[in-house]
Design a protein around this ligand. Sequence first.
Ligand SMILES: O=c1ccn([C@@H]2O[C@H](COP(=O)(O)O)[C@@H](O)[C@H]2O)c(=O)[nH]1
Length: 271
Amino acid sequence: MTTLQLISEIKKKKSFLCIGLDVDKNKIPQHLLNEEDPIFSFNKAIIDATHHLCIAYKPNTAFYEAYGINGWKSLEKTINYLNETHPEIFTIADAKRGDIGNTSSMYAKAFFEDLAFDSVTVAPYMGKDSVEPFLAFENKHTIMLALTSNEGAFDFQTKKVDGKELYKQVLETSKTWKNSENLMYVVGATKAEYFADIRKFVPDSFLLVPGVGAQGGNLQDVCKYGMNKNVGLLINSSRGIIYASNQEDFAQAAAREAKELQQEMEFILDK
Ligand SMILES: O=c1ccn([C@@H]2O[C@H](COP(=O)(O)O)[C@@H](O)[C@H]2O)c(=O)[nH]1
């Protein structure tokens, strides 16, 4: 998917909501455990109930890898279902990969070719040659960790290196890499006060913003400081939406939570 297509979907749906598909079998409704593939059945019901309210889905691969070969099959079925039924929806494999160049090339093939995701999250720690293999794919997006939503973000990311915070070095340096127009960045919603500064480095880039909902990030604050002329934000909520109920009504309850966020977004966009 191109960035222009993504922007057009945001405008059409009046939403920049990304729903995280982080499926934990201990949290899904009991009745689904009798299904052949409980994880896929859960995802399909959530997607069917919420696709008109969001512009992206983000399965975190950890929640699938934890179930071995069957978990990976559920992930494959989920991305295939999304690509077949809702090709206009932006898909993010939250896998936080990155390794020496030839290994990164294999990660990129796995997520962009085999699983046909639109984007994958990548860690910047190993530098340029670990990220450029992802950037080589046309109309695919590499979402690099910049300033994460967790407390541990302060251990390294905000420390100064050559007089500048590490996350700012990541933003600035990565813009010089080959095909850097394919880059987006992860910035946690819990770090709203940093967005204005971040926008000085990457005014036009899309930011994937996890941390609204279960982690307590504030949508209004993120939008106030982080929005650009093309919106430029993909706001993710996972647990806050998909686990709104663990009863038979789980998909409708998820849709209610998603609609609440979408309406808040519509209000902000109309302002
Ligand atoms: O800085 C980061 C980077 C990634 N995540 C991931 O986003 C979701 C958040 O889930 P919630 O249930 O809405 O808290 C999850 O997959 C994280 O691994 C993040 O939270 N922060």
